[in-house]
Design a protein around this ligand. Sequence first.
Ligand code: GTQ
Length: 346
Amino acid sequence: MSAVPQADVAGERRTFYEKIDKAYVTPLWEVLHALVPPSPRTPCVPHLWAYDELRPWLMESGRLITAKEAVRRVLILENPGYRGNSAVTHSLYAGLQLILPGEVAPSHRHTQSALRFIVEGTGAFTAVDGERVTMRPGDFIITPSWTWHDHGNPGGEPVVWLDGLDIPIVQFFDAQFAENYPTEQQPVGRTEGESFARFGSNLMPLDFRPKSRTSPLFWYPYARTREALAELARTDAPHAAHGHKMRFVNPATGGWPMPTIGTFIQLLPKGFAGVPYRSTDGACFSVIEGRGRVRVGGAVFEFGPRDHFVVPAWHAYSLEADDEAVLFSFSDRPVQEALDLWREQV
Ligand code: GTQ
């Protein structure tokens, strides 16, 4: 059998590819290296959004459009390596939402799960399935999949929070559903603090049986979180990479508060210099207190209160703190763990 002359091979292959391409067929060997890389590849890059830069634009957006007209007045934190995709990591969405005194962001529900992490201001509320919760800086609030939610600000100051949603994950599965509530605000059917009374004190009603993987507690107040961190910092040695890091839990199951998004809080002691760490879940961070820096992918980002930064999947990063610092973060870790994909390296 005679081999095809070398000079013709490239041309013959191209002709072959063009022929089968018309039938929507393509050769694996041209893409195999990209499909099955030796280690994670992501289009995402590390980035920090300084609050000093973003805040004037948030206020400007407040003059340009009302919360009602916008439905949600949010400036999306879009990964510079993945423009046009409304994503902060490959799998997650992040944005800063502004609600001004007197405004209402109308009620709707969707299959995407959302978290709110309050960045600035007090006096706004979010209502989740008939129960309102007043937002304070550092509070972590969840809006579970398919729960009615609206936001309002009866207070006297602008309120800004970080929205974290699993939009790209739900998009990936083509499982997006959404609908508007018939009225602008859903009726308030429960008094503020009911879910916290039931599930916020290491107690739960005797006959409670979880119906889903989502936490029945939807408000994790910063006062409690901060107290726990302070006590840990007083008694424990910090982890070499994370300082004192905790994960938020669903009190009824011990699992994550939401099935698709893992949420974390960590305290870095004053002068902390963490060792490099990487994991397969990229994460978006919101700085609550303190100043420091994150070293990632050859870059150094200085951070202070209310700044946000993203560390893409499998990028080694290290954290340093000049003052005692507190960082909130969220990632897709629950999804990766459920699929036995999650890995880390300290
Ligand atoms: O508050 O319901 O940032 O539906 C993006 C989509 C917030 C919300 C976002 C949303 C919301």
